[in-house]
Design a protein around this ligand. Structure first.
Ligand SMILES: [Cu+2]
Length: 158
């Protein structure tokens, strides 16, 4: 019992301290943590990508079936695949989020892709993104834009 109280107190304290660090957004059993996008390296760049951690706290599998934004002509779900030794991007129809599992969207892997950006993604700015899940429904959240080359720099060249 005493231990339980201490843990509760600890999470209240760390919850306060961590509030500005980890951004969390949820709907139903699905939690999205720390979304971010990489700033466009130049004005000529018409594509961009967003990354985050998806977590399913439930007992049922769910999947992301759509991504929506107003910053580009098209917002798609993508993955990277090795094909004959070359990393290539492919659009996927859905991103599975199995029960009790975490699914990272990260450079070189699954990501939300923006094709035909209306304007370059500027470091320090943010934009609104909506993910649509089959069971959990829509989750809308802000995506902060980090500097070009933030958090690794794998394969977004075509
Ligand atoms: Cu892509």
């Amino acid at each position: 019992m005493r231990k339980f109280v201490l843990i509760a107190l600890f999470s209240i304290l760390t919850g306060f301290a961590g509030a500005s660090v980890a951004a969390e957004f949820k709907s139903g059993d699905i939690v999205i943590t720390d979304p971010w996008a990489r700033a466009s390296a130049s004005k000529m760049m018409k594509a961009g990508a967003a990354f985050m951690m998806l977590k399913n706290n439930g007992a049922n599998a769910d999947r992301v079936i759509e991504a929506q934004s107003t910053i580009a002509k098209k917002t798609e779900l993508h993955t990277h695949l090795m094909e004959k030794g070359v990393m290539k991007m492919r659009q996927v129809q859905a991103i599975d989020v199995p029960a009790g599992k975490m699914v990272p969207l990260k450079p070189g892997g699954l990501h939300v892709m923006f094709m035909g950006l209306h304007s370059p993604l500027k470091e320090g700015a943010k934009f609104s993104l909506t993910l649509v899940l089959e069971k959990a429904g829509k989750i809308t959240f802000d995506v902060p834009i980090m500097k070009p080359g933030a958090k690794g720099h794998m394969g977004h060249k075509k």
